[in-house]
Design a protein around this ligand. Structure first.
Ligand code: BES
Ligand code: MN
Ligand code: ZN
Length: 510
């Protein structure tokens, strides 16, 4: 992956292949013009103070994510200057938001593929800004090339930028060093989650996913336990087994335990890990299954968050539960009409085998509850209904505790993830009444995302604070890349979970 460094060096004498500067819209100015953002003073000076004018001539507007390339001024070691748009210049005395910096760095990093070393002469007021730029750059530089013939894109000069130096920063300053360390850990693990989501389902099944988790746990001193199909049968995990019954790849439940000797709180994260969702006997029609390798994005996010917590040594205990199964139709598959006896003891009438995520999560939530954690958060690509409600960049947050739901929405906002609080209206429970079992896995069509949330709620242990993140929309980007978000797996919810762990470790939660 791209290496991130801090540097006090000034742009002109720097040995690099490209210098990145920021350009903003100065809406307040009478000229209605373009301004070069702080951090690029030396570069501007080398253009005799005419950089903004030159960029304007080239058609730059300063809009967010806009990239303009121009030859570096005489005397520069780097041949190329890349100007990235930051949007509106903040009002007098204000500064660019962390998310603006993250997105601009991401857009710049994406345009730098093929470049070996880039230097960012972007606005950095403090260590937090350096962290935001670093994170945006590392996330933007992501590429999934495992399945390209001999790294085809890399051969065509499109390899991700190899090194990024943040200019005007203090390499020996503790706060700056910590910010870069955090950005690196979060981005590397988040990119690993993206890799898992992008890996085709013929190569990523419950068993191979569990093996990846085992290897990472070993590397980072995380305790790991894998329940295979035999152990799941012995333990009575009817939900996970029922969903995996049709597949040639048997299901798994992976438990990852990161513990800190200084922990005062314990968080449990539960991830939906359907390595492929065909719908099962309630088979999805063509047009609905092409992207269903992404249905393990929740488990990938949980996995990445636990590893990141360990790498950062956060002072909180974090247990990750990955509920892994492949949802396939076959002679041994669960049928619509079957009743499953779940881990909690409750029975579920399966009316639609495509509502499988809630079944694997129900078992994992019930199991996670046994340890009486201070809070449980599950993450799942759970419903198409949530996409209809919130679109494809925003995840829904549901909870049995209004304050906790607000905390998650806030944590997401702090790290630049779009989320929105959603209700769990009691009256929707009735639609899941079953004449045969304790509950059915389907209810009313309207409000399908909330119905799924209400189903999960029934499997959370009595008195335990719980929240549910439905990331069906933002987990997988089918459109073009933007900011630091690539096409394909996005790593949705990783940063929100890490932020929640940080806030909890700091004692700022409950
Ligand atoms: N994995 C899907 C939800 C999904 C849809 C995620 C599109 C990402 C993109 C889930 O298992 C599913 O099939 N849900 C059904 C539930 C229904 C049968 C009650 C849905 O949303 O249609
Ligand atoms: Mn499904
Ligand atoms: Zn699914």
């Amino acid at each position: 992956m791209t290496a991130l460094t801090l540097s006090t060096a000034a742009a002109p004498g720097l040995r690099a292949d490209a210098i990145v500067v920021g350009v903003a819209k100065d809406t307040a100015s009478t000229s209605g013009g373009l301004v070069v953002a702080p951090g690029a003073e030396a570069v501007d000076k080398a253009y005799d103070g005419r950089l903004a004018g030159v960029l304007k001539t080239l058609g730059a507007s300063g809009g967010e994510g806009e990239v303009t390339k121009l030859p570096a001024p005489a005397g520069f070691k780097a041949p190329l200057v890349l100007a990235v748009g930051l949007g509106a210049l903040p009002a007098e005395g204000g500064s660019f938001s962390a998310e603006t910096l993250r997105r601009a760095a991401g857009a710049a990093a994406r345009s730098l593929s093929g470049v070996k070393k880039a230097a960012f002469a972007l606005p950095i007021a403090d260590a937090a800004d350096a962290g935001a730029l670093g994170e945006g750059a590392l996330l933007g530089a992501y590429a999934f090339e495992a399945y390209k013939e001999n790294g085809k894109d890399a051969k065509n000069g499109k390899a991700p930028v190899a090194e990024i130096a943040l200019l005007g920063t203090k390499p020996r300053d503790k706060a700056y060093k910590a910010a870069v360390e955090r950005a690196t850990a979060v981005s590397e693990e988040l990119n690993r989650a993206r890799d898992l989501v992008n890996t085709p389902p013929n190569d990523l099944n419950p068993e191979s996913f569990a093996a990846v988790a085992q290897a990472a746990a070993k590397e980072h001193g995380i305790k790991v336990q894998v329940l295979d199909e035999k152990a799941l049968a012995k333990g009575g995990y009817g939900g996970i087994l029922g969903v995996g019954a049709g597949s040639a790849s048997a299901p798994r439940l992976v438990k990852l335990s990161y513990t800190s000797s200084k922990a005062k709180k314990h968080l449990a994260f539960v991830g939906k890990g359907i390595t492929y969702d065909s719908g099962g006997i309630s088979l999805k029609p063509a047009g609905h299954n092409e992207t269903m390798k992404c249905d393990m994005a929740g488990a990938a996010a949980v996995f990445a968050a636990v590893v990141t917590a360990a790498r950062l040594g956060l002072e909180v205990d974090v247990t990750g539960w990955l509920a892994l199964a492949e949802n396939m139709p076959s002679g041994s598959a669960t049928r619509p009409g079957d009743v499953l006896r779940m881990y909690s003891g409750k029975t579920v009438e399966v009316l639609n085998t495509d509502a499988e995520g809630r079944l694997v999560l129900a078992d994992a939530l019930a199991k996670a509850s046994e340890e009486q954690p201070d809070a449980i958060v599950d993450v799942a690509t759970l419903t198409g209904a949530m996409m209809l409600a919130l679109g494809n960049r925003t995840f829904g947050v549901m909870s049995n505790d209004d304050a906790f739901r607000a905390s998650l929405h806030e944590a997401a906002g702090e790290v630049g993830e779009d989320s929105w609080p959603m209700p769990l209206p009691d009256h929707l429970r009735k639609g899941m009444d079953s004449p045969t079992a304790d509950i059915a896995n389907m209810g009313e069509r309207y409000g399908g995302g909330l119905v799924a949330g209400l189903f999960l709620k029934e499997f959370v242990g009595e008195g335990i604070t719980w929240a549910h993140l439905d990331i069906a929309g933002p987990a997988f980007n089918e459109q073009g890349p933007f900011g630091y978000t690539p096409k394909g797996g996005t790593g949705s919810a990783v940063r929100t979970l890490v932020r929640l762990a940080e806030v909890t470790a700091a004692g700022d939660l409950g």
